[in-house]
Structure formats: structure tokens, C-alpha cells
Design a protein around this ligand. Structure first.
Ligand code: NAP
Length: 292
């Protein structure tokens, strides 16, 4: 079998187009232009590129974006103060603090300071709790991008045996809750899992979010499984996923490439979260002069 290659770039563009249309409708009904505020501490070149891409994408979707760049040695208290100010600012609908911060800043303290209603990364304890309780909230972007890809491909999630390799707060754990919420039977594997290949080989849907290049090989994959590779590993041979793509694409029915699979979905879902946050903060259509 040669697997179908799932085109994350195309699906991402479809989501962005959908969001742009929904933003236009929301604004046309009197809603305020959704506004994303980003915060970056320091000058890490990769983080600067990620943030710039987020601004470009939000503006292309008809949203506003505001950036706050802080010096590398900014004290934690100053960052928290900014995050709290943004949380209280009526002009701001979404807050994204680019992670990881420099080592003198505790990311958990920063995340805890984000207003949960504007937490477009879905990382605050409130949104984590809502997701695990199966209640509506803001969901982390990469995991929701994975589900969007599965839906786009028409993969039946309900009743499927899903295995996630990786249990990070950013990917594995929220994905567990999303797939459970969609009635999959979900197993989460990690570095202490005994016989990883046997666990993975049960999966109808196998998701690798590990950070180990090409860990998942043919022996991990049930013939016909759908394989989603979240991994983004910089190696001497270039960017590699967690899945051995040439080998696994011979047994899977569908597979995401790296790059061009899950990667492009994250920004698309960020735009969707920003619109969701804006809508939730203005539940009533408003007139143009701001009165309900
Ligand atoms: P992480 O926080 O480092 O977590 C990695 C997880 O993999 C941990 O749960 C770890 O287990 C598990 N693991 C490590 N080695 C393993 C092994 N040999 N066998 C089984 N499990 C193993 O990583 P992350 O933030 O979730 O990211 C995972 C990958 O996805 C990375 O390559 C990252 O770059 C990529 N990523 C991509 C996007 C995107 O496409 N936009 C977004 C986020 C992350 P323990 O818990 O036992 O340590």
C-alpha cells in the first residue's frame, strides 16, 4: 500500500479562508475586529520568525495584531504586568506569549497570568480544565490542528483505536482529551512505555508527538492506519518528523509529511481561536458605535 499524503498546507489554507470569511461576517454584524496581541521576550531568531508569521496570518484573515517585544533581560514581574494589562485591555481579544521564555522566567507563572478568556494557546489551567472536563474553551492549536486534519480527510474518529506517542502539555495530553471527546479509544504512550511497537501497532490512528527523529517505523504501524506526525526535528539532514516517512508510507493508508503536514495547521488554528475568543467576549452583535 502507498499511503495518501495529507496536505497540511492546503487544509491550513482552507481553515484560514474560512476564518477570514467568518471574521468578515462577525465584523459585518457589528462585532469588533478581532485583535491578537503577541509578546516575545528576547531576540531568538526562530521565535521572531514564528511571531512575524502569526502577525502576517492574522492580518491576512482580516484581524488586527499588536506586538510587544521585550528585552532578553526583562524581569519576570515586568512581563507579568504586561500580560495582566493585556488581559484587562478591551481592545485585545487574544494573548500569545511566545514560548519558551529566557531561562530566568518561569513559563508556568506567565501562563497563569494570562486571562483565560484571551488564552489563544489554550494553556492556562482554566482552559486545560475545561478541555479535560469536555466543556467548551480555548484548545491548544497544534492538537486541534491534528483533529482538523483527521476531519478533513474523513477519518472516522468515533470508535477508532487511537494511540498518541508523547504526553506533553502542549500536544499529547490535550490531544488525548480531544480524541476521547470524539469517542475514540485512546492510549497515550511515552518514554516509559513497555513495547512501544506493540502498543502503536494497535492503532487505527497513530499520532507521534515525541521529538525523536524517525522513531516510528514500519513495525509500529498497523497496515491501513492513519499516521499523523507532529514531530519537527532539526537534523543534519534537514527537518525530520518523528516518523520514518518512506518506510511508514508503505504500510499506512494516509500520512502527514514533515514539513507540510501538521506544522502549517498551528497558525490556522490560532486564527480560529482568536476569532472564537473575540466572539465569546462580544456575545451580542454590536452596532458600529459599540452599543449592544
Ligand atoms: P516534549 O514536551 O519533549 O514531549 C515529548 C514526549 O515524548 C514526552 O511525553 C516523552 O515521554 C515522549 N518520548 C520521548 N522519547 C520517547 C521515546 N523514545 N519513546 C516514547 N516516547 C518518548 O515534546 P512536544 O512539545 O510534545 O513536541 C513533540 C514534537 O512535536 C517535537 O518534535 C516538536 O518540535 C513538535 N511540535 C510541533 C509542533 C507543530 O508542528 N506546530 C508544535 C508542537 C510541537 P516522557 O513524558 O516520559 O518524557
Amino acid at each position: 500500500m502507498t499511503a495518501k499524503i495529507i496536505d497540511g498546507k492546503q487544509v491550513s489554507q482552507e481553515v484560514r479562508d474560512r476564518v477570514a470569511k467568518d471574521v468578515a461576517t462577525f465584523v459585518g454584524e457589528g462585532g469588533k475586529v478581532p485583535t491578537l496581541a503577541t509578546v516575545l521576550v528576547g531576540n531568538d531568531p526562530a521565535s521572531e520568525i514564528y511571531v512575524a508569521n502569526k502577525h502576517r496570518a492574522s492580518e491576512a484573515a482580516g484581524m488586527r495584531s499588536v506586538h510587544h517585544g521585550l528585552a532578553e533581560d526583562t524581569p519576570q514581574e515586568e512581563l507579568i504586568e504586561l500580560v495582566e494589562t493585556l488581559g484587562a485591555d478591551d481592545e485585545v481579544d487574544g494573548i500569545l506569549v511566545q514560548l519558551p521564555p529566557p531561562p530566568h522566567i518561569d513559563p508556568d507563572v506567565v501562563i497563569n497570568a494570562i486571562n483565560p478568556a484571551k488564552d489563544v494557546d489554550g494553556l492556562t489551567p482554566v482552559n486545560v480544565g475545561l478541555l479535560s472536563a469536555g466543556r467548551p474553551g480555548l484548545v491548544p492549536c497544534t492538537p486541534s490542528g491534528v483533529v482538523e486534519l483527521l476531519d478533513h480527510e474523513g477519518v472516522e474518529i468515533s470508535g477508532a483505536e487511537a494511540v498518541i506517542v508523547g504526553r506533553s502539555n502542549l500536544v499529547g495530553r490535550p490531544l488525548f482529551n480531544l480524541l476521547l471527546g470524539r469517542n475514540a479509544t485512546v492510549t497515550v504512550a511515552h518514554s516509559r512505555t513497555a513495547d512501544l511497537a506493540a502498543v502503536c501497532a494497535r492503532a487505527d490512528i497513530l499520532i507521534a508527538a515525541v521529538g525523536v527523529p524517525e522513531l516510528i517505523g514500519r513495525e509500529h504501524v498497523k497496515p491501513g492506519a492513519v499516521v499523523i506526525d507532529v514531530g519537527m526535528n532539526r537534523t543534519d539532514d534537514g527537518l525530520r518528523g518523528d516518523v520514518d516517512f518512506p518506510e511508514v508510507s508503505e504500510v499506512a493508508s494516509a500520512i502527514t509529511p514533515v514539513p507540510g503536514g501538521v506544522g502549517p495547521m498551528t497558525i490556522a488554528m490560532l486564527l480560529e481561536n482568536t476569532l472564537t475568543a473575540a466572539r465569546a467576549r462580544w456575545p451580542q452583535p454590536m452596532t458600529r458605535d459599540g452599543e449592544a
